[in-house]
Design a protein around this ligand. Sequence first.
Ligand code: ATP
Length: 223
Amino acid sequence: MVKLEPKSDAMIGVYGGTFDPVHFGHLRTILEVKETLGLQQVRLVPCAQPVHRGQPGATVEQRFSMLQKATEGLSGFVIDPREMVRDKPSYMIETLRSLRKQFLQQPLVLIMGGDAFGDIENWFQWQQLFDYAHIVVMQRPGSQFERVNLQPFLLAKLTHKSTDLARLNQGHLYFQTVIQLDISATQIRQKVARHESIDFLLPDNIIKYIADNDLYQGDLTAL
Ligand code: ATP
């Protein structure tokens, strides 16, 4: 696997999600992508008003705090509040437009899991995402997802060389193999509501934060 060294015009990773709560499935995979591609930084962007799902169990301020605590002391991780200050649904295309205004000359790399990528054609203005960023999909070792499912528009964006990402500021699709931990925030919320242990699924300081703030208690159907 080619490892790229960070440089001054180095790549900026963008990782959006609900993070309700953030867990090791998010953190381990994003760390791997950051290291392997040599990203200068990864910006984790909690969405304030998710478009394709119900209301989160924690407020966006609480989800922001959990992300901050989970990445304390890790260099190159930035928790990005730009979707919190927007008074409308959280569309990724708006987030990328706003990031592109801030980072004029650096490759932007939108990072997502295979489940999110499988739904991408339902995202608002999804084809235009490539006008602002590359898309890197984290996939399980051995997965054949790209060859089996790609439609022509996406196939035309596909590259198998990670070095292509540093050469252009946007426009490529790349699949990055990572260790996958089969953890979801939904499972964690349900376990908390059932008073089951969530040890070893997410950082201890987040487990404490959830308990201290009485998060994810109550009606399981709403979780
Ligand atoms: P929920 O269970 O509430 O739907 P989630 O755990 O899937 O939440 P999200 O905040 O919805 O987390 O996901 C944010 C991003 O993280 C998405 O791109 C998703 O594909 C990715 N992701 C979530 N869980 C994992 C995991 N275990 N491994 C790799 N990527 C993940």
